[in-house]
Design a protein. Structure first.
Ligand SMILES: Nc1ncnc2c1ncn2[C@@H]1O[C@H](COP(=O)(O)OP(=O)(O)O)[C@@H](O)[C@H]1O
Ligand SMILES: [Mg+2]
Length: 269
């Protein structure tokens, strides 16, 4: 089947996104078919950018929630708040997205408290409903509504992984870092640094990523590469930029840092 992508609404700024594979087509198809989406992949590889890109491209309102270990279901659905002596119901971001028919993106969803899954379940099967216990309402999600969640399978410990009963409700896309040439182009475009100067940074990043699992929990992200290239573009000596943006954020251990700096020194002068 040939899927035609929607023409971007004119006059809307679409955040730049370079695809790795068919993720844009998959996203649009999932949205058309009203299926929820799970994005898996390392930090800083473009998941958030991808969602903003697709939301703008489809002309849909987007609400993004960064989940943390204190985030409860009520933070997503809403609360009664005191306003000038009255209690008024205030929609949370999930409820608003259901009412507006937009995209609700829950970033790092495994971090959230357990009661969040209870709210997501009826929204992620064919009922597509959001029961609001506190107001007695039961909202039916309109066709435009889409739930997108992301998580990083890498650094979470075993206790913090998505339960099968939750993950099996989503169409999933696996993300990874871009292939070399595309990553060079992205880092150059995002930072303003000339491609020729980005090449050694990406080379170094790829070497450092190869160490993941041995001395490093996570490899250098595309985000860090963009930071590093921005520092160099702003006039910082490459060696200093690499140290601050590509080495220091990776480790706190002195011996690991020394080894990484040595590797960096061989590539970046
Ligand atoms: N495929 C891509 N296309 C364009 N920019 C990208 C891409 N991947 C990463 N980036 C850059 O890296 C930064 C971090 O990406 P982000 O989407 O925040 O990562 P994640 O949400 O996976 O942690 C973005 O702000 C953007 O500058
Ligand atoms: Mg993100």
């Amino acid at each position: 089947m040939n899927i035609m992508l929607t023409n971007p609404p004119s006059g809307v700024d679409i955040p730049a996104y370079t695809p790795i594979g068919n993720e844009c087509e998959l996203f649009e198809t999932a949205w058309t078919r009203q299926l929820p989406l799970l994005l898996k992949g390392p930090t800083g590889c473009g998941k958030t950018r991808f969602v903003s890109h697709m939301a703008a491209r489809l002309g849909l309102p987007l609400s993004t929630v960064s989940c943390h270990d204190d985030l409860a279901a009520a933070d997503l659905t809403g609360r009664f708040l005191l306003k000038g002596g009255d209690t008024v119901w205030v929609d949370g971001p999930l409820t608003r997205a259901v009412r507006d028919g937009g995209i609700c993106y829950l970033d790092e969803v495994v971090e959230a408290r357990k009661d969040v899954a209870v709210v997501l379940h009826p929204l992620t099967d064919d009922r597509r409903i959001l029961p609001l216990e506190r107001t007695g309402e039961q909202l039916s999600a309109p066709p435009g509504f889409m739930l997108v969640v992301s998580y990083n399978p890498g650094y979470q410990n075993l206790l913090k992984t998505l339960k099968p009963s939750t993950r099996q409700r989503f169409v999933a896309i696996e993300f990874d870092f871009l292939p070399r040439d595309r990553e060079i182009a992205v880092v150059a475009a995002e930072s303003g640094l000339a491609e020729g100067l980005v090449v050694p940074l990406v080379e170094l990043a790829r070497r450092l990523r190869a160490l993941k699992g041995h001395d490093l929990e996570e490899g250098v992200s595309t985000r860090l590469l963009v930071y590093c290239a921005s520092l160099i573009d702003a006039g910082l000596p490459p060696k200093d930029a690499v140290r601050s943006a590509m080495i220091e954020p990776l480790t706190d251990e002195a011996d690991v840092r020394a080894a990484l700096l040595e590797l960096a020194g061989a590539i970046i002068r």
